[in-house]
Design a protein around this ligand. Sequence first.
Ligand code: SAM
Length: 170
Amino acid sequence: MLRVGHRPGRDPRLTTHLALTARALGARRLLLHPPDPELAARLAAVSERWGRGFEVLGIADYRRAIREFDGTRAHLTMYGEPIERVLPRLRKERRILAIVGGAKVPAELYGLADVNLAVGHQPHSEVAALAILLERLRGIPPPGRWPEARASIVPQRRGKRVRTHGGGSR
Ligand code: SAM
């Protein structure tokens, strides 16, 4: 996925949640414009513990990243086509670049994308929009998605149980 309009130091929590959500719901990487090495390091630490398979790459030129992407560019925007209309086409694609904006969305994104899609036509959040798109595309990834995890959760009716690599739990 691509996040345009990140403000390093100003909204670290929101973009961190976006990255965590992308990772947990099966995205392979986050292209982050502008780059934020601290955020990338935080996500690397999460992947170290909970399993690899996701990376954060800072990019200086988002137009180039969109142009050079070898697949379908899907821009999430409340002004776009309804997600239900677009999903059948997206489900056939092998590679998708989901693009989300921030507080201000550059108008050119609408033209750079192959498809502009809306998750409802009300304003909400890039985290919610991305989560719904990923879930509708592939569903929630199974636990086996993170085979190199140093820790994994043992689901409980109540309380918390985490199994650490090597068989222990706490
Ligand atoms: N004022 C901004 C604009 O011009 O669209 C609102 C940006 S909103 C806070 C941040 C991002 O959330 C948007 O760029 C879009 O990617 C996503 N988003 C918000 N509502 C959405 C919706 N209904 N459908 C799809 N994406 C949405």
